[in-house]
Design a binder for this molecule. Structure first.
Ligand code: VG1
Ligand code: CO
Length: 583
């Protein structure tokens, strides 16, 4: 095999979004497309940093990942990388990559996933690059990658290098440059060892063996499946029949591997709910006590109780409030801080306030949490242990530098185990735990409306209108907003969210249009950064009630939703009467 330099020309639009580069599979299949992006990434990280070093590579098993992995191996070899560690069959979940980079001390890693976007020849592919702390490449690195993609004229690869067998664990050596090796490792072992350190698995096992507690999991045909089988079945004794869709599929079984009330419909129905979160009327006896699902790359989680949906924002708050049930936090002397993305509800803020620890609000996307977690190492105040989360079904902590779907489920099982220590007492349910939480802290009614695949120019019109309103408010006050026909809803402040990262001094602007009301309610508009066609508009709606905690969410938020839609003129400007998904 010989290193060769291949001439290429730049592709438009290779800009990493909220979480890596995501495009239609056919876009990735263009000649040189993957090579350009991978070379641009390695060049951005720097040959000096990578020479002789190790990288981790794996993905969620979607269509075309196998081809991309072999391309990455060749380009890494040609660029002087010393070793690449690959998950068996090319499979590694996003949290498992983060964990592997950290435990091996690797320089970084590539994750082949478009996460919750559907897969297959007609759907999406994606590539993410994570850095040596195990977290997504920060803004500085992704900006450099994008710059490189615009000027690239050649890339290095290896000619005559056979495809590496990814089916068998072991080391393959390739005679190229100073020697290059590929090690195929079991996809789950390292991650399972970490979970064993973070949690008291024997306490969880006792809970799961209670005859009155039934657990179910839906891997959504993504990469969560192998981890679920190893942990829930082999370690914790859950019968395989309770683990659904846990065989990774190139097309996610033709489904949309996004764990929410709409796309995880099979699990939602099994838990006795409809896609609006209402009870379906199924017989409670036949409904499991706990259900959860993951997205394609297993960093997201949805948690359900019997006939009960836990909103991700509430889940974050409940986990934070009960962190001492989990050895990882308890042994470190308890939680030190909480962080959430801006659109996530303020439920976690209330937990932080009561416990007098700091709360951080960052832009959407996991990369912003990493600096907070590493603040101690960066010479600032150590904020760990830290729990963080997003309204988009993402929760995690500083055990790694990504959100972690299976970890979140184990957190909930730990809390349930702690509340159900007496095997003879009646079961304390997921619903009981959340309702207790609300009665202590009040309830942040919360909902997100997604308008997917809106024509980009129409979406831009909606956002331009909101920008103009913010400007009018700043210059002339609330009277300029023309909200006289919405009595009781006076906007007390509005802005475009901007984040100043105290740890590295970077500033991220235009991170969402926020409209706040005097009673703490708010609505927020944002454009998604993970779609592959057109634009997705997200509308986030939140209303806090201290005592009135028993209403259906749709009822509690009805007025506010109407105000937000009228205010933005979204329906007229986009022609969309209904959102694609409500979560
Ligand atoms: C979405 C979510 C965001 C999440 C991101 C990546 O981004 O809103 O909270 O971090 O997906 O998650 P956006 O820009 O489409 O709103 V994943 O599991 O898709 O890597
Ligand atoms: Co994901």
């Amino acid at each position: 095999p010989a290193v060769v330099t291949v001439e290429t020309s730049a592709f438009d639009g290779q800009k990493p979004g909220t979480s890596g580069l995501r495009k239609k599979t056919t876009v990735f299949q263009q000649e040189h497309y993957v090579e350009n992006f991978v070379q641009a990434t390695l060049s951005a990280v720097g040959e000096d940093v990578l020479r002789g070093k190790e990288l981790v590579v794996g993905g969620d098993g979607r269509f075309y990942n196998d081809v991309m992995i072999q391309k990455i191996l060749r380009i890494c070899a040609a660029n002087g990388v010393g070793k690449v560690v690959v998950g068996q069959h090319g499979l590694l979940s996003t949290p498992a990559v983060s964990a592997l980079i950290r435990s091996l001390g690797s320089a970084g890693g590539f994750i082949l996933t478009a996460s919750h976007n559907p897969g297959g020849a007609d759907n999406d592919c994606g590539i993410k690059y994570n850095v040596s702390n195990g977290g997504p490449a920060p803004e500085g690195v992704t900006a450099k990658i994008f710059d490189n993609t615009k000027t690239i004229s050649s890339y290095k690869t290896v000619e005559g290098m056979a495809d590496v067998d990814l089916a068998t664990c072991g080391v393959t050596a390739v005679e190229v440059l100073d020697g290059f090796t590929v090690e195929v490792v079991d996809s789950t072992t390292n991650y399972v060892e970490l979970m064993d350190k973070v949690f008291d698995l024997s306490a969880i096992k006792s809970l799961l063996s209670r005859p009155d507690f039934e657990f179910t999991y839906d891997g959504m045909h993504g990469v969560a499946g192998p981890y679920a089988r190893r942990i829930f079945h082999e370690e914790l004794g859950v019968p395989l029949a309770s683990l659904h869709n846990c065989e990774p599929s190139e097309t996610f079984g033709g489904g949309h591997p996004d764990p929410n009330l709409t796309y995880a419909s099979e699990l939602v129905a099994r838990m006795g709910l409809t896609s609006s979160g209402a009870k379906s009327g199924a017989s409670p006896d036949a409904i499991p006590d706990f259900g959860a699902a993951a997205d394609g790359d297993a960093d997201r989680n949805m948690v359900l109780g019997k006939e009960f949906f836990v909103t991700p924002s509430d889940s974050l708050a409940v986990i934070a409030a009960n962190a001492n049930c989990i050895p990882f936090f308890r042994d470190a002397g308890g939680l030190k801080s909480v962080a959430r993305s801006m659109p996530t509800s303020a439920a976690a803020d209330l937990v932080a306030e009561r416990n007098s620890f700091p709360m951080f609000q960052v832009p959407t996307g996991w990369k912003f949490f990493g600096n907070l977690m590493d603040s101690g190492e960066l010479g600032k105040e150590d904020l760990t242990p830290l729990i963080c989360g997003e309204e988009s079904f993402g929760t995690g902590s500083n055990h790694i530098r990504e959100k972690d779907g299976i970890w979140a489920v184990l957190c909930w099982l730990s809390i349930l185990a702690a509340r159900n220590e007496d095997p003879a007492a009646p079961l304390v349910s997921v619903e009981d735990i959340v309702k207790d939480h609300w009665s202590t802290f009040g309830r942040n009614y919360y909902s997100r409306y997604d308008y997917e695949n809106v024509e980009s120019d129409k979406a831009a019109k909606v956002m331009d209108g909101l920008t103009a309103k913010i400007k009018a408010f700043k210059e002339q006050g609330a009277a300029a907003l023309g909200m006289d026909d919405a009595p009781g809803f006076e906007i007390s402040d509005c802005d475009e969210f901007e984040y100043f990262d105290k740890v590295d001094g970077s500033v991220s602007s235009h991170q969402g249009w926020r409209f706040m009301f005097a009673d703490g309610s708010r609505f927020v508009f944002r454009l998604s950064g993970t779609g592959s066609v057109g634009a997705t508009i997200r509308l986030y709606i939140e209303k806090y009630e201290k005592d009135d905690i028993d209403k259906p969410t749709a009822v509690a938020l009805e007025g506010l939703v109407k105000v937000a839609l009228d205010f933005s003129d979204l329906v007229a400007l986009t022609g969309r009467k209904e959102p694609t998904v409500i979560t």
